[in-house]
Design a binder for this molecule. Structure first.
Ligand code: DHB
Length: 314
């Protein structure tokens, strides 16, 4: 039997044929990798977070797969702002609006400078300001400093008038959700993307009695199955608190159609796949689409809207 379910979605007025895409950082640093996502079943793509200048990132080994996920301390290796702006502009010129440009300056000033350049550019699509990179030595995750989030968004929206989303670190206390949501609701954000990796976990090889990645004494961001309950909690907590005009991208622990289903139940408009996309590659979007279609078909859902945000409580 042919399934007639739709995985279409919308974010900030932009239509996506499929709600899935890569998570920033994984297999999206080069034009070659980005093009592979664009021709896959994914509904779009997001670029590796850019800094103004190209960066080599941290020393290797800086990423390791784990039984239930991954640890990384990449340190923002990227080709620099101009490289990614050039790519998203070419996509836009080709009529593709499903490309998100991610930026992650290592200071508020660097982020503001990149936003000025984007404002001055002809790029009209989605931009994601990453306030949650845990891996740049000596730099705190802005997302954990609510005053700093307020400050950077106040400055950004004083001149930036295009669609801007933000990527946030995971929060763990309900009062944190209340406080950060109160800040975010002051701004015309296009969307919130939750979660970035759980920062500064430590994975040890008991055989060698050593850490398994080199930067920062082995501390790194945790992704994959380990983080799914935290990701679902963040998507749910934000959907319950954010203005309805602010969309949500759910990221964290997705490796099956059921994981996507759960993210959407919590309120995700789109979802991103990081850790599981690494080893499996672009074919993952087709596999998970099929799995999700089957789940929806069995449950009698024809569209994501029928169950988005409708998580039941006991
Ligand atoms: C890196 C990791 C992140 O989680 C992020 O949001 C940005 C950059 C990195 O180490 O490259």
């Amino acid at each position: 039997m042919q399934t007639k379910v739709s995985l279409q979605s919308e974010l900030a007025g932009i239509h996506f044929d499929n709600l899935m895409m890569n998570a920033a950082g994984v297999r999206c640093s080069s034009v070659v990798d980005l093009n592979k996502i664009m021709v896959s079943s994914a509904g779009g793509a997001i670029t590796k977070s850019a800094t103004i200048e190209p960066r080599e990132g941290n020393e290797s080994p800086r990423m390791q797969g784990l039984p239930l996920g991954s640890i990384n301390s990449m340190g923002l290796p990227n080709h620099g702002f101009d490289y990614y702006l050039d790519y998203v502009m070419k996509q836009q010129e080709a009529g593709n609006n499903n490309i998100i440009m991610s930026i992650a300056g290592t200071s508020i000033d660097e982020n503001i400078e990149m936003l000025h350049r984007l404002q001055a550019s002809d790029f009209d699509g989605l931009v994601e300001l990453n306030l949650s990179c845990p891996n740049v030595k000596g730099k705190p995750q802005v997302g954990y400093d609510f005053d700093a989030v307020d400050q950077v968004l106040t400055e950004a929206f004083s001149f930036y008038n295009k669609r801007l989303g933000i990527k946030l670190p995971p929060y763990f206390d309900l009062t944190q959700f209340d406080q950060i949501a109160a800040v975010l609701n002051k701004f015309p954000l296009a969307y919130v993307n939750s979660i970035n990796s759980i920062g500064n976990g430590l994975v040890i090889d008991p055989e060698t009695e050593a850490v398994i990645i080199k930067p920062k004494g082995g501390f790194g961001g945790i992704g994959g199955e380990y983080v799914k309950p935290t990701a679902l909690a963040n998507v749910r907590a934000f959907r319950l608190r954010l203005n309805p005009e602010i969309g949500i991208i759910g990221t964290g622990g997705i490796k099956s159609g059921m994981d996507v289903f759960e993210h959407v139940l919590c309120g995700a408009d789109l979802v991103q796949i990081g850790t599981a996309f690494g080893p499996e590659g672009p074919a993952i979007f087709e596999r998970i689409s099929r799995e999700l279609e089957e789940i929806m078909d069995q449950k009698g859902y024809k569209s994501l809207d029928e169950f988005r945000g409708k998580l039941k409580t006991l």
